[in-house]
Design a protein around this ligand. Structure first.
Ligand SMILES: [Zn+2]
Length: 290
């Protein structure tokens, strides 16, 4: 997150990270020209990605400003998923009407269409859902993690899918899988507005909450959804139950966090020290003119 001061009202301002634009918003601080922007590197970007603040005034004049930053190298895990005939025969029927059926309609071909094409369609839907974030910061404090749960997959695991010992596909896992008891209650990780509550292909029953200024949390594979789009929820409210809808082998919660259209590592948002260092202390400094 970055806080910066504009010298005049602007028609467009925000942060570029490589080619990705993250809008900055005024209105949070008493000073009408102090802007705040949440931004992120996606899992594929490196220290070579250029980062700068940009502001465009009403006459169309563009100005850029760099800022001090340091990017740590991060190596993501590799994981192998063996796709069994049992998994295919129990899971593929629910997807058969969601994909284009042509040529080879074997269960493994259906799986590949689901894992590639349907995954892409679902991704585009998520990008549409996060398009116009709330211009209010609804959240505060750390985000809640599913209680008493074990982590089954990490953020940005590079997954290889194998069928009968042969590699058939690879994808990147842009969330964290948490397993607890079947049908465990799921609470809103923080306060915000529900912007999506529906079935979403590979993600099954899914809820997306808009926390404001571009920050979103997403809950997938749910067996039950108890909230509707448009509804405000508070941190800790029970919104759903875990399940195994969509492309899930067993009952778990797939939890994602997004900064605008970029999936980020939820571990950071569960950590109160990380939030204090990267967000809260900066806001306090800006409020006291530090
Ligand atoms: Zn997952």
């Amino acid at each position: 997150m970055i806080i910066y001061k504009l010298s005049e009202p602007c028609q467009k301002t925000g942060i570029y990270v490589g080619d990705t634009f993250y809008p900055g918003y005024t209105g949070y601080f008493k000073d009408k020209q102090t802007a705040m922007a949440f931004f992120a590197l996606d899992y594929q970007q490196t220290s070579k990605s250029k980062m700068f603040v940009e502001a465009v005034d009403h006459a169309g004049n563009r100005s850029k400003s760099g800022f001090h930053h340091y990017i740590k190298n991060k190596v993501f895990r590799k994981d192998v998923l063996n796709i069994s005939d049992r998994f295919l025969s129990s899971k593929m029927p629910e997807f058969e009407n969601l994909i284009k059926r042509n040529g080879d309609n074997s269960p493994v071909q259906t799986f590949l269409k689901v894992n590639r094409e349907l995954r892409k369609t679902n991704y585009l839907k998520i990008m549409e859902v996060v398009q116009n974030p709330e211009k209010t910061v609804h959240w505060s404090g750390r985000f809640l993690r599913l209680p008493k749960s074990a982590r089954k997959s990490a953020f940005a695991d590079h997954r290889t899918y194998r069928y009968k010992g042969k590699k058939i596909d690879q994808q990147v896992h842009l969330g964290i899988d948490l397993a607890s008891l079947a049908r465990s209650p799921v609470s809103a990780a923080n306060t915000g507005k529900v912007v999506f509550s529906d079935n979403l292909g590979i993600y099954g029953n899914t809820i997306v909450i808009d926390h404001g200024f571009g920050l979103f949390s997403m809950y997938s594979h749910l067996s039950e959804r108890n909230v509707q789009a448009g509804q405000m929820v508070s941190r800790g409210d029970i919104i759903a139950r875990t399940g195994s809808t969509g492309l899930a082998g067993g009952d778990h919660l797939h939890f994602s966090m997004l900064v605008h259209g970029t999936f980020v590592n939820p571990v950071e948002w569960w950590d109160s020290a990380w939030i204090e260092n990267n967000v809260s202390s900066k806001i306090r400094d800006a409020e006291t003119g530090g």
